[in-house]
Write a protein that binds this ligand. Structure first.
Ligand SMILES: [Zn+2]
Ligand SMILES: [Zn+2]
Length: 584
């Protein structure tokens, strides 16, 4: 683990706070403080104490003991959670109001209190203290920033926070390979393998998405073609939707959902969601409803509501999820999802060069119309958002400037859960994946965060001496889509206008300079990885030929494999791309 001495700002904070003589947590490697947890602490509260102890030790060199509230109270204490020592406190903590994740951080006399709702609030309060008030940074599982000081003085604090987005899922490989790391970023989706010590996950889906093939199995077509969609004069099988107005389909769906609930007691959300295709039913009955309601979402929501109503008495805490995706993205005129139904609206068609709110394209205008229409009717609105180029993971995707406005746009429209789909395949991502994952994690926790600061800090810590050139490269990428007539979509080809030859030449020059500036093997490898997207564009566009092309492909593969990259796109593994390029 690398420790960085990064933050000049922190020195100023220490100095300023010292003047107000608040809490002297540690001085010259020693501390009078101890960490107090409830005698009946949850695993996540015990872990919160361990994490706090570990980082206070890294910052100050002092080791604070951890005790339970069975021991008598003292003056110099850091109280974690609902400890008995709080009873004497004049200001009560309203734990019920903090929900599962909210917390307060405040100083009371010489004591520090970090108290959160169960199960994750206190742990999140500790991470917030460490990150926002003590300057600790978790850039990647391997690269962290921990300021060090001889004298740690904490200013008077009175902070209260509950995350606006209840379900926070950054679906990038770089965020999913270490559960402790994801927890430190206060992500609570289901893909991080969070355990009891992290307070578990907020939501566990079963199945995860596109569940129609398991709900109404394909092999029923032979005996029951009427369960399947009527398209162009006949019932159609294969990867298709289902005839949602057929009463037997509805009965079978109810039965299978109840079966899933029994088999998967860990699930908090059951997915009743369309397959990843069009091909919806246009039989007389389905079509009549959809036409009257102005959207095929009518048949879908009516069907999902019936399933949701069937389980709501028996499983009051369970939710049913469905998609508002492609052909179902527009809400029906009058049919509203029940209170236990989550609608997950998907932004797949949109331009990501410009913000959802600001891009003049028809795609983004229609998306805005749809989210505005869903907002008042869907009591539980989630969004499935897209953040790399899916047709070519290894290509510069110019969406850095929209990450924050888009997350804010979702939060402003009462979105409760945000799934940021990225390069989620096993290997590492070449298009600055570690930076993207970090920034998205900061945003879903607090959409109003100072993202520019996070970006500067990350680039400096991760790219070392090459940082200024990486920053220039990023600016160049964004410059390519400054013109609001040049849009960027997630399936753009290498010939996209913003990846023209002039750009690629300038970008490659900057990144070559960055590589030359790298001060260590680790930094050099990170910069080399960042060069691959530009080379990929050059190779795909036939801008390098003959021996130079063979050499570049070989160099590309050498770097990609050394870094652990496994995919060039959602659908193509690196090995197949190599074969296409005539390489082993
Ligand atoms: Zn039908
Ligand atoms: Zn645009």
């Amino acid at each position: 683990m690398r420790t960085l001495h990064l933050f000049c700002l922190l020195a100023v904070v220490f100095h300023w706070s010292a003047a107000r003589a608040a809490l002297i947590i540690a001085s010259k490697g020693k501390s009078e403080y101890r960490i107090v947890i409830p005698a009946d602490a949850l695993p996540s509260e015990k872990y919160a104490a361990e994490e706090l102890k570990t980082y206070l030790q890294k910052i100050t060199g002092a080791t604070l003991p951890v005790v339970t509230d069975a021991t008598p109270g003292g003056k110099t204490e850091i109280l974690l959670g609902n400890v008995g020592h709080l009873k004497a406190s004049k200001r009560k903590v309203d734990f019920a109001a903090l929900g599962e994740e909210g917390f307060v951080i405040r100083t009371e006399g010489s004591r520090l209190l970090i108290a959160g709702g169960r199960p994750r609030g206190t742990l999140y309060g500790v991470y917030t203290l460490l990150e926002e008030h003590l300057g600790v940074r978790w850039f990647t599982p391997e690269v962290e920033g921990v300021p060090q000081t001889n004298r740690l003085v904490l200013p008077r604090l009175d902070v209260s926070f509950s995350p606006k987005l209840l379900c926070r899922d950054v679906f990038w490989t770089e965020m999913m390979r270490n559960a402790d790391f994801a927890a430190r970023h206060r992500l609570n989706g289901q893909h991080y393998r969070l355990t009891e010590k992290h307070g578990g996950a907020y939501a566990v889906f079963f199945p995860f998405v596109h569940s129609f093939d398991s709900l109404i199995p394909k092999d029923l077509f032979k005996d029951h073609p009427e369960y399947f969609p009527w398209i162009d004069g006949k019932r159609v099988d294969g990867y298709v939707q289902r005839c949602l107005s057929n009463p037997e389909v509805v009965q079978l769906a109810k039965k299978n959902v109840r079966q899933w609930i029994k088999e998967h007691p860990e699930a908090t959300i059951i997915s009743v969601s369309q397959n990843d295709t069009g091909k919806w039913c246009q039989c007389e009955k389905c079509k009549a409803l959809d036409d009257a309601e102005g959207s095929p979402a009518a048949s879908m929501i009516k069907f999902v509501n019936t399933v949701a109503e069937d389980i709501e008495q028996d499983y009051p805490r369970l939710l049913i999820e469905t998609l508002a995706y492609q052909y179902t993205r527009k809400p029906p005129k009058s049919i509203q999802p029940r209170a236990n139904v989550i609608v997950r609206l998907c932004s797949i068609e949109c331009c990501f060069a410009h913000s959802l709110a600001g891009c003049p394209s028809g795609e983004n205008r229609r998306f805005r119309d749809d989210i505005v229409a869903w907002q008042p009717v869907a009591k539980r609105l989630y969004v499935w958002d897209y953040t790399p180029n899916f047709a070519h993971y290894v290509m510069p995707f110019p969406n850095f400037n929209v990450l924050q406005p888009n997350v804010q746009f979702f939060a402003d429209h009462n979105v409760q859960g945000l799934f940021e789909q990225g390069n989620y395949n096993g290997g590492i991502s070449a298009d600055l994946g570690a930076l993207r994952a970090y920034l998205l994690a900061k945003l879903v926790w607090d959409p109003k965060t100072d993202l520019q600061r996070h970006q500067r800090e990350f680039i400096k810590a991760y790219y070392g001496k090459a940082a200024p050139k990486i920053t220039e490269y990023l600016e160049l990428v964004q410059q390519q889509v400054k013109d609001t007539s040049v849009h960027a979509h997630i399936f753009d080809p290498p010939r996209a206008k913003y990846l023209n030859a002039e750009f690629a030449t300038a970008a490659d020059k900057l990144l070559a300079e960055a590589e030359a500036m790298a001060e260590s093997d680790a930094v050099r490898q990170r910069v080399q990885l960042a060069r691959l997207p530009v080379w990929y564009v050059q190779i795909a566009n036939d801008r390098v030929k003959d021996q130079a092309r063979t050499d570049l492909v070989k160099r590309f593969l050498g770097i990609a494999r050394a870094a652990g990259m496994t995919q060039v796109s959602e659908g193509m593994v690196l090995k197949d791309w190599a074969a296409k390029m005539g390489q082993p």
